[in-house]
Write a protein of this length. Sequence first.
Length: 151
Amino acid sequence: MGNRINNRIIFSFEKGGELTATLLPELNPKTVKAFIKMLPLKATVYHSRWSGREINFPVKSREVILKENHTVQTNTGDVIYWKEWEKEDQEASEAIAIYYGPEVTRDHRGYQPVNVFARITQSQWKNIEEIGLRIWQEGIEKVEVKLLENN
């Protein structure tokens, strides 16, 4: 097994549905490594008010994650890491988000750069939209995130 990174994660939602994402270490290797150290995790998923078709949940990384090939433009299926980059202390807010439509990442302060570190395949986009709309219309729910076992 060695240093080989398991390349997929699974999001299991409390009210039904699972999404599998492929990690993108070739795009953001430091973000991927830091995210894997957070796993497994359980969180409460919220719907975004600023970035449109986005569901997200707060996290607390065990190490400092810096901007890495960051962007403010996301697409359907992008899984991103965001934090209050302007805050350098441990009190900075952090979140993981999944997009179910193309969006520009922003909040009340303006554009917010994010690190895209995983992607959900197009074959699952209908599922992402169903889960996203459900959370938007019915409110928060729990999610469990873990590495998907090989084989």
